[in-house]
Design a protein around this ligand. Structure first.
Ligand code: PEP
Length: 249
């Protein structure tokens, strides 16, 4: 059975007080579920968030990290800094990191290696832009993102990889891929992994969908056979909406 996951990416939202308040609300309202529930507050609030969610069903994860072990990288955060405060999972390759901070798949391959060296799990984000889909290049784009950032890994490393397919045109836009579009791409992703790594890896890797998931569309998207949960942006900033989405899994 693949692990189901619902992860909330809080991006550059919520100060420390608001972070604590939202964690408290989530802990009070969290339904019993087989799915793993994760939240990704901003770096400065991580340590306190880890403390607050300690021994709970919510895992606190990081939104990003630098590929170097340490040194003269002003403003950056290393894998060691994250693991030292109890972070076990990092989101890498979010489309906002790719678009605004020019992160390429070659760079992301380095970040992936560093995270794995520190025994971290990775939620690896990728997905096509609107123009790619209009030009019917979306399968190609997604295939090369996967190959360039992840296909240097050996089979064993895949136990620590979760994929998050996030079509850029659906992120924060209110526009969602239809359940059929999500399923079509998730199936393609699983087949691409199967061709390179075989059935066992392809069948065990969780593939999340991200892009304007809301309480009212979560259930239908999550019920697709190759969709194993979601990476949620805007709707994870509000306890009622995030819990509504978790209830959809
Ligand atoms: C995201 O940023 O990963 C995301 C899916 O955002 P939203 O849910 O707001 O579209």
């Amino acid at each position: 059975m693949r692990q189901k996951i619902v992860a909330g990416n809080w991006k550059m939202n919520k100060n420390n007080t608001q972070t604590q308040a939202l964690i408290t609300e989530l802990l009070q309202q969290l339904p019993a579920t087989d799915a793993k529930v994760m939240i990704a507050p901003t770096f400065v609030n991580l340590a306190k968030a880890v403390e607050s969610a300690n021994n709970s069903a919510i895992e606190v994860v990081a939104q990003n990290m630098h590929q170097a072990e340490g040194g003269a990288f002003t403003g950056e955060i290393s894998a060691d800094m994250l693991t030292d405060i109890g972070i076990k999972t990092v989101i890498l390759g979010h489309s906002e990191r790719r678009a605004y901070f020019h992160e390429t798949d070659a760079l992301l391959a380095n970040k992936v290696d560093t995270a794995l060296k520190h025994e971290m799990k990775i939620i690896f984000c990728f997905g096509e832009e609107l123009k790619d889909r209009q030009d019917k290049q979306h399968f190609n784009v997604v295939e090369y993102q996967l190959k360039d950032a992840l296909f240097h890994l050996d089979k064993a490393a895949w136990q620590n990889i979760v994929l998050a397919y996030e079509p850029v045109w659906a992120i924060g836009t209110g526009e969602t891929a239809s359940p059929a579009q999500a399923q079509e791409m998730h199936k393609f992703i699983r087949e691409t992994i199967q061709e390179r790594y075989g059935n066992e890896v392809a069948e065990q890797v969780s593939i999340l969908y991200g892009g304007s998931v809301k309480p009212d569309n979560a259930k239908e998207i999550f019920s697709q056979p190759d969709v194993d949960g979601g990476l949620i942006g805007g709707a994870s900033l509000n306890a009622a909406d995030f819990i509504g989405i978790i209830n959809g899994i």
